[in-house]
Design a protein around this ligand. Structure first.
Ligand code: FES
Length: 217
C-alpha cells in the first residue's frame, strides 16, 4: 500500500481528532437525551385507607386521600388521589365494572392540584376542566387525568400499586406509561421518537394495560 503523503496524513489526523472531539461532546449529550428514557424507579405500593372509608359516595363526589410515595422523601413525594366509588362490586381495578376509579389530582396542563366538583374536576390555575371520567373538557390541559392502579389487600385495605397516564378516545380509556403534565401520551410515528421528545416519568412497569370502555351514561 502506498505511503500517505504529509498532506493526507494531516487530513486524516484532523478527521480523527474531529471524530474524537465529536465523540467526547456527543456521547454525554446522547446519554443526557436517553437517560430519562432508560433510568427507572419502582412505584412502591401505598396504603390509602380502609375500603369502607371510600364506599359512601353518592353520585359523583370522590373522596380525597393523601399518600406518600417515597417514605424516605416525604416532603417531596406526597400526593393526593381522588377515589371515586362506582357503586359496583368488582375488585379488579382494570375491569369495566371496577368498584373504584382512582384519579391523580395533578392537572395535565402544568401540574396544579385540581379540585373535585359535582361535574368532574376543575383546576384553579388556568381554568382546566375535566368530566367525571377525568377527560379534559375545557381549558389548556392537553390530556385526561392520570389514574392509579389499585388493589384491595387483606379484604379491607385499599392500596395504590401503580400510576398510569391516560387518553380517552373512541369511547375507551387508553393507558400509557406516565408522562409529565403538558406532554402528550403518544405522537404519530415510531414510539422511540415520542419517548425522546417526551420522556416517560421513570416508573418501572410491565406492558401498559389495554383500553377499557367508558362507563355507560
Ligand atoms: S395547571 Fe391546570 S389549567 Fe393550568
Amino acid at each position: 500500500m502506498a505511503e500517505a503523503t504529509r498532506g493526507e496524513f494531516l487530513s486524516l489526523t484532523t478527521i480523527g481528532l474531529g471524530a474524537m472531539i465529536g465523540g467526547v461532546i456527543g456521547v454525554p449529550a446522547t446519554a443526557y437525551l436517553l437517560a430519562p428514557v432508560t433510568k427507572e424507579t419502582t412505584f412502591e405500593s401505598v396504603f390509602l385507607g380502609p375500603v369502607d372509608r371510600f364506599t359512601s359516595e353518592q353520585k359523583f363526589d370522590p373522596t380525597p386521600a393523601t399518600y406518600v410515595e417515597d417514605s424516605e422523601n416525604t416532603a417531596t413525594s406526597s400526593g393526593l388521589a381522588y377515589v371515586h366509588y362506582t357503586g359496583k362490586k368488582n375488585t379488579d381495578w382494570h375491569a369495566e365494572d371496577a368498584m373504584f376509579v382512582i384519579f391523580s389530582n395533578r392537572c395535565m396542563h402544568l401540574g396544579c392540584p385540581i379540585a373535585a366538583t359535582p361535574g368532574g374536576f376543575q383546576c384553579p390555575c388556568h381554568g382546566g376542566v375535566y368530566d367525571t371520567n377525568g377527560e379534559r373538557t375545557g381549558g389548556p390541559p392537553i390530556r385526561s387525568l392520570d389514574r392509579f392502579q389499585w388493589e384491595i389487600r387483606k379484604g379491607s385495605e385499599l392500596w395504590l400499586t401503580q400510576r398510569w397516564s391516560t387518553d380517552i378516545y373512541g369511547g375507551m380509556v387508553h393507558y400509557y406509561p406516565v408522562k409529565m403534565p403538558g406532554q402528550p401520551t403518544h405522537t404519530p410515528g415510531p414510539s422511540w421518537i415520542s419517548n425522546v421528545l417526551y420522556p416517560h416519568v421513570t416508573y418501572t412497569h410491565g406492558p401498559a394495560p389495554g383500553p377499557v370502555p367508558l362507563p355507560k351514561a
